[in-house]
Design a protein around this ligand. Structure first.
Ligand SMILES: *Cc1c(COP(=O)(O)O)cnc(C)c1O
Length: 350
């Protein structure tokens, strides 16, 4: 979801951006007007995330999965062993470590596989070899509905976080992290572009054969404009960040998201009819996953939900069941409507 006011503003200024007589997607990425957009976006990210000075903001091509390759290509050479540690907490972290293994040695230091990824395995400094260039986690596991409540503390080992599905949903201490990336399409804007936040000292180490459009230094030196970037995605993200600021920033988002998620978890916890899939301590405020007793009932639930204007509740094809994705732009009313529908469905079918 995108916030409605953001989409309305896009609609209003789409044909004529700020009196230029042209659309924002028609003007040059090197124009002063677009420069204002990208500068404003940087400024809002810095302010809302309380980003320390020694972190760079990059806008990169190819969504999150391109970063699955960019991260190892840029960071593995930090140490001679070209080794990286991954915590396997679901589908996306698996795909990420497969990509990394093309370029160096991957150590799966912890895995949630034995518990069907319904809980997050611990990752502590003693599990990370000293010669590892970085350690990698997925902060929110979109498919399984798990989310780190606190990030692993790994001291000298830079922590890389795929925050695609929970970026700016809650306050995060960026100074404790090495690199955070997120494709825009869950909390920030259109698909196909990713935001990368990286500590200065992790830059400038890319493998020699790294394509320039995957090299963080190239992005940093050109303000992410070494070629024509996706100006529409950056412009939309800028509007989303303005919206986030107007909502009261990440602290207010955190409060609202917690209330939204609790509205649904309460129904699940009070019921024997719905079963939450994620382990309680690890469950996500962005993706609420649960199951019904059998497949026929699940299908019926989905069909009746649709009739009640409750969309996109089908669980990911890998796991089935139900998944309510309640990203930043989802209002509390959406969760309340689903909670009421669930209770009614249980009353008539339980
Ligand atoms: C959606 C998602 C991705 C995939 O993003 P793309 O932009 O489609 O590559 C990666 N990681 C996480 C955690 C996601 O939720």
């Amino acid at each position: 979801m995108l916030p409605i006011p953001v989409m309305q503003q896009i609609q209003e200024e789409f044909l004529d951006y700020r009196g230029m007589g042209a659309s924002v997607i028609e003007i040059s990425h090197r124009s002063k007007e677009f420069d204002e957009v990208i500068n404003r976006c940087d400024e809002l990210i810095r302010e809302l995330a309380r980003l320390p000075e020694n972190y760079q903001i990059l806008y990169t091509h190819g969504g999150a999965r391109m970063q699955f390759s960019a991260v190892p290509m840029n960071l593995l050479p930090l140490k001679p062993a070209h080794k990286a540690v991954y915590s396997e907490t679901g589908n996306f972290s698996k795909q990420a470590n497969v990509e990394a293994a093309r370029f160096g040695e991957v150590v799966i230091a912890s895995s949630g596989e034995t518990t069907n990824y319904h809980r997050l395995p611990p990752l502590t400094r003693d599990m990370v070899p000293d010669d590892a260039s970085y350690a990698y986690i997925t902060s929110n596991n979109t498919i399984y509905g798990t989310q780190y409540q606190a990030f692993p503390e790994l001291g000298d080992i830079p922590l890389v976080v795929d925050a695609t599905s929970d970026i700016f949903s809650r306050p995060v201490d960026f100074s404790s992290l090495g690199l955070v990336f997120a494709s825009l399409q869950k909390n920030l804007g259109p698909a196909g572009t990713a935001l990368v936040i990286i500590r200065d000292d992790l830059m400038g180490h890319a493998m020699e054969k790294t394509p320039s459009l995957l090299d963080y230094t190239v992005y940093a030196k050109s303000h992410s404009l070494s070629n024509t970037n996706n100006t529409f995605a950056i412009y939309t993200m800028c509007l989303v960040m303005e919206w986030l600021k107007n909502q009261g920033g990440v602290e207010a988002m955190d409060k609202a998201n917690t209330e939204k998620a609790n509205t649904l978890y309460q129904v699940i916890d009070d019921s024997d009819f719905f079963k939450g899939t994620a382990y309680k301590e690890d469950r996500s405020v962005m993706n609420v996953t649960f199951t019904l007793s059998d497949d026929a009932l699940t299908q019926q639930f989905l069909a009746e939900a649709l009739e009640n204007s409750l969309y996109a509740l089908k669980g990911h094809r890998l796991v089935g069941g139900i998944r309510a994705s309640i990203y930043n732009a989802m209002p509390l009313e959406g969760c309340q409507a689903l909670a009421a529908f669930m209770q009614e469905f249980e009353r008539t079918n339980g």
